[in-house]
Design a protein around this ligand. Sequence first.
Ligand code: HEC
Ligand code: HEC
Length: 283
Amino acid sequence: MPTRAQNRFVFVALAFLLAAAPSFAQESHIGRWTGHAEAGKQLYFRYCWGCHGPRGDGNGENAPYLNILPRNFVAATFKCRSTPTGTLPTDEDLFESIKRGLVNSNMPSWIELTDQQRADLVAYIKTLSPRWQSEKAGTPIQVPSEPKVNLDGLRRGKEVFTKLECWKCHGQEGRGDGPAAASLTDSNNQPIHPYDFESGSRFKCGTTNNDLYKIFMTGLDGTPMPSFADVIKPDEAWDLVHFLRTLQVTHKSPELTLWQSTKEGAETVKAARTSGTPTGSGN
Ligand code: HEC
Ligand code: HEC
């Protein structure tokens, strides 16, 4: 017969194990919000599991009908990160993706939830993959402050776009129709289309120039869109950001206005407008 002291030890040990069990202990920290996995689980089984699946592996009952499959939270490979390619995103990154939604996919924006609810969901998502137990989030990349836009910068940005062969997938005019575009597949073996700058204004991973900088310096993991952090220097990266804005001919920006003030720019923008079919699908 175990003694009372032994019983007590077993009880304390069990209580400790339960408390430490990952699915209960997981938290997220976003600004002043602390997210709790138990609360997040309730929300997940109300709003998310139909697509992302009861186990979070992306196999929800709606998944077969979607062109881009819902994220597999067990594999934990994420597109929108402030952290280097191959690493886990920060809590903020996930929080922002949930709030923003992912354009050109069926992932809705969850703007109507509260910040606390989104933080709770982040905490729960992190219980779904063993990766969060063995790895920490990556260290966010440094984004140097943005230089002023000028014509020389736009021209240099265009050279970077050519030299690094962004056009192979995105096309010379950025319409998502480069020579490699038709044959691209993602990590689920589904066809995936390069971003069409001509008709889009927002990106999956944000809307600002800062977001754009991070997109090609961290890559969209799980897709053919690579990280260019090893080959683009920070000042070149800003030139490229500014040049990419000139490809968004249906989206007003200081870069586009400046570009259109040149003969070369005015001609390319006009040609794009008359030949393109801005359907608004990317907005
Ligand atoms: C109608 C289906 C649908 C529902 C409902 C849905 N999602 Fe998604 N979600 C998707 C799809 C599809 C993707 C993948 C989009 C892509 O890869 O471009 C995705 C991707 C994500 C991502 C990955 C972002 C990244 O950076 O890779 C997160 C996080 C996410 N969803 C969270 C949620 C949460 C939390 C909920 C519930 C509040 C939810 N989703 C509900 C379809 C859905
Ligand atoms: C091998 C093909 C390939 C190359 C090369 C490539 N991309 Fe992409 N890019 C893609 C694909 C595919 C997507 C769409 C991924 C998705 O929707 O999940 C994409 C998406 C993007 C997006 C939108 C991301 C978002 O959040 O919506 C930007 C911006 C972008 N690429 C910029 C660039 C730049 C700049 C270069 C060159 C430095 C480049 N890409 C080179 C394939 C490529």
